[in-house]
Write a protein that binds this ligand. Structure first.
Ligand SMILES: [Fe+2]
Ligand SMILES: [Fe+2]
Length: 361
């Protein structure tokens, strides 16, 4: 087993066009970020990445670099929004990954928890996790819990794109610790489970003969119930969100909000380090608040603005933005909008350190 993060070697040649798009929009290719990890930013500010800028960057990277040419290690073709030295925040990493038709992002596993949120996918774009092929259809969220093998296989005839979200900077930057990482001996791990297996074992029934002891895979120890590999299909999530909007009152700060739960516990957080919510905003501006946790947002649909301090982050579909710790913020949708909200709040809550308040008017 490799006990360190992968080595990346010489920088790959990106065309000057692609290089300047990346620099102009505060994006970096993943394979250039990895080696730099280990530093934090003291005073992160609110920021937004517009989808059209992300799109031109990932198109350029896809044009310039086949996955097979990437250095050994994280063989992933990813543009990384940068607002801390090596990620969008000091705790949560977001990247936008593409896999071209016929390509495979080879199998590996690591200590960081990860998930995929599909931006542009299809049933023939599959992320293979723990022996099962999970189809990546638009807005599906699929977990890659720590130390599970995972590869991404595009058997469709269109390029697929998705959001990767990992807790990498929490360990590598904020704790200045090491990543545990291993490449699979095969490019594609063997598919050993039928499709739907992992999904079928959580929810209305659990295996009766094998009680989960919550043990954590790999060489890790902890006291949290491990998160299983799992696909949250978007149709079901959206239906649950709409049922909330029909029947419940919205949260004053986050609208109608539905947490992605750890299927093993039925509760937040999805991972011990990161929590995720689908948020429906359709009743005008939310009330302002501030907290010590960071929030990262992906716009699933709709347009609007999030006001952070004196700044208005104007967003549209597929934009990514970040609300740094302790900044007063509220959301203002133009009409109806759906956001994916991501936060490191579970880290604060684990130590009874989470704090939230409203500004005095
Ligand atoms: Fe990975
Ligand atoms: Fe907030």
């Amino acid at each position: 087993m490799a006990q360190t993060e992968p080595d990346t070697e010489e920088l790959l040649e990106l065309s000057s066009d692609t290089r300047s798009i990346l620099e102009r929009h505060d994006l970096r290719p993943l394979w250039e970020v990895e080696d730099d990890m280990g530093t934090t930013r003291q005073d992160p500010e609110a920021d937004i990445w517009k989808w059209e800028d992300i799109q031109s960057a990932i198109d350029g990277i896809e044009r310039d670099v086949p996955i097979a040419d990437l250095p050994p290690g994280f063989q992933r073709r990813v543009a990384v929004p940068i607002n801390a030295p090596n990620a969008i925040s000091n705790s949560i990493y977001v990247g936008i990954q593409t896999v071209s038709p016929g390509e495979t992002a080879p199998s590996h596993r690591h200590s960081a928890n990860a998930l995929r949120f599909t931006i542009d996918g299809s049933e023939d774009m599959k992320t293979v996790v723990a022996g099962e092929e999970f189809p990546m259809e638009n807005n599906d969220l699929i977990t890659t819990p720590q130390w599970e093998w995972h590869d991404h296989v595009n058997d469709s005839d269109e390029t697929a794109a998705w959001l990767d979200v990992l807790d990498l900077p929490f360990v590598l930057d904020s704790l200045n610790a090491r990543q545990v990482f291993e490449n699979h001996e095969l490019e594609r791990q063997p598919v050993t489970k039928t499709q739907g297996y992992w999904d079928s074992q959580y929810g209305r029934g659990r295996p009766a003969d094998e009680k989960s002891d919550g043990s954590i895979p790999g060489p890790f120890e902890g006291n949290r119930e491990a998160t299983p590999p799992y696909r949250f299909g978007w149709d079901e999530m959206l239906e649950s969100l709409r049922q909330r909007a029909e029947n419940d009152d919205p949260d004053r700060h986050d609208g109608y909000s539905l947490a992605y739960v750890n299927p093993a516990t039925g509760k937040e957080p999805l991972f011990p380090t990161m929590s995720f919510r689908a948020q429906l905003l359709n009743e005008g501006p939310t009330d302002a608040h501030f907290h010590n946790a960071t929030e990262v947002y992906f716009v699933i649909e709709g347009e609007g603005a999030t006001h952070v301090g004196d700044e208005a982050l104007e967003w549209g579909q597929w934009d990514v933005f970040v609300v740094p710790p302790n900044e007063t913020h509220h959301h203002e949708p133009d009409d109806e909008a759906v956001l994916l909200g991501m936060t490191d709040r579970p880290v604060f809550e684990a130590f009874n350190l989470y704090a939230e308040a409203e500004p005095s008017s």
